[in-house]
Design a protein around this ligand. Sequence first.
Ligand code: F6R
Length: 613
Amino acid sequence: MCGIVGYIGSKKATPFLLEGLTCLEYRGYDSAGIATIEDNKIEVKKDKGRVKNLYDLDGIDSLVGTVGIAHTRWATHGKPSKDNSHPHLDNSGTFSVVHNGIIENHNELRNFLISKGYSFASQTDTEVIPNLIHYYFNNGENIGDNKFLSAVKQAVSDLKGSYAIVVMSPLFKDELIVARKDSPLVIGTSNGENFIASDIPALLSHSKNFYLLDDNEFAVVCKDKIKFYDINLTEHRKGIKNIEWDATETGKNGFEDYMLKEIFEQPNSIRETIGSRLKLGENCYFDDLEISEEFLHNINQIYIVACGTAMHAGLIGKTILENLCKIPTTVEIASEFRYRNPLIDEKTLCIYISQSGETADTIAALKLAKSKGATTIAISNVISSSITREADYSIYTHAGPEIAVASTKAYTSQVVLIAILAIHFAEILNSYEQEKLEALKADILDLPSKIENILADTSKIKNFADKVYTEKDMFFLGRGIDYAVALEGSLKLKEISYIHSEAYAAGELKHGPIALIENNVTVIGIITEPDLVDKTCSNLQEVITRGAKTLIVTNMQLENNCFDFVIDIPEINHLLSPILSVVPLQLLSYYISKNKGLDVDKPRNLAKSVTVE
Ligand code: F6R
């Protein structure tokens, strides 16, 4: 939700700011803007629309300032418009702010500022921040010896909600001030210049050395030094992190879209997820997971908590964990879990799945479980993301940067990682036959080549997409683990092709939704559960009788095949079949979206990282 960048150095800030915004555009893309210091005053260029529009704005080429901040927006308060775009200025034009997050008490603060004579040019929650800074700069106390920092600190003390901010002022043109609470912010450092961004990939071509700002921490960023302060403005030292990611990993590598590239990366991303954790004939191994055997033996229940696609990965994880470890496992949507006072005690294990590691609801749900004494594990793709800093233990998918808003490779890596985790627990608990665990391990090791096999010929899926892309509604059906894949297939279709679609447990259809089935509607069935194949086929027969056309994704030999289209996928242990069966569904939504001429990587109304409630 919103991307922010900042630059301070000796070069022109604008080229870096525009490049940084382009990298961060997946976080929000309904408006964008930049501000630099030019001749002792702040110059702002902003408008609604994509970052690329900024390149054409009048006067953008004349910006030569070496200090600047920029923002790409995902609207929360106030519709996308020039006025609502960031950066925002205070009334006097002395302080400029870019903000990611939500200020929950902005109305109250706005009224306070109006009572002090301030006025507002936008409907955003953010505009209170530069005005509050101005207010405290002139009326506040002086905490420490930096008046600018002192004003920022007093302003953010008034904020309720979440924020990552970068503040710039021509009165202090040799420094930028940053602060965060519950929204991500990183500082990349180099010789004689420093960079600020919402995430690491945006800075990779400029730095490999990062400071990851913590909640309630401030930094004063100059071109050749950075000072860190706690909430009381006591200065402290902070460790630097060296990040090994390669900048080329964040390019499109010859693919037309990031989503397609990421779908095709899945064999490799899964290899990375497996890494050295799983080997035949050896127990699985997690270097950073020192959960005691005693705790594992005493677990009373497992909660898997996540949002969206990550929650769908959790649904597969539940089946695998219950099968292998015999521990009752419940999957919950983070935004529900956090407000429903779940039954948790110190014998509960809570697993949080989040690609970005920055999803606000998932982080809040994690904090809740910790406060009730649970042991928490974070599964994330982003090293040192907020969720991994909160959890007791963190394990990483290592799928590489995922840029397309629709998650693909992160999902398959999440499922693979939970499967390895479940095997690891089962080995400790002795809860599943060793021979079967070995067979499962062999199947996990075979996943990359089986996905390669599926990706080797996508023509059938493409042909089907050509036939159905103009449709208005589609249905996805499956039973057991296939139902979880149906949910994910349906979500992918909705989010990037804007086709209304529903996923149902196949047996549930006749309890109401079958009324929606009419002549020629498309129904997609997933059939990989050996014990349920006949039952699912019968349910599909019921929709065929009512005129539906059917596409089936299966690894079974289907008798009396009466389906219109069948996509065969390789055989595998049914617990792992979602990692294969989802791939044709990812491709289907991709090709439908392309046929409709939509922006696959940046679907409307969405953003990659949901850092607001
Ligand atoms: C869908 C998608 C979202 C995310 C969800 C959680 O393709 O990407 O549903 O899965 O917003 O995001 P993370 O995993 O970053 O917590």
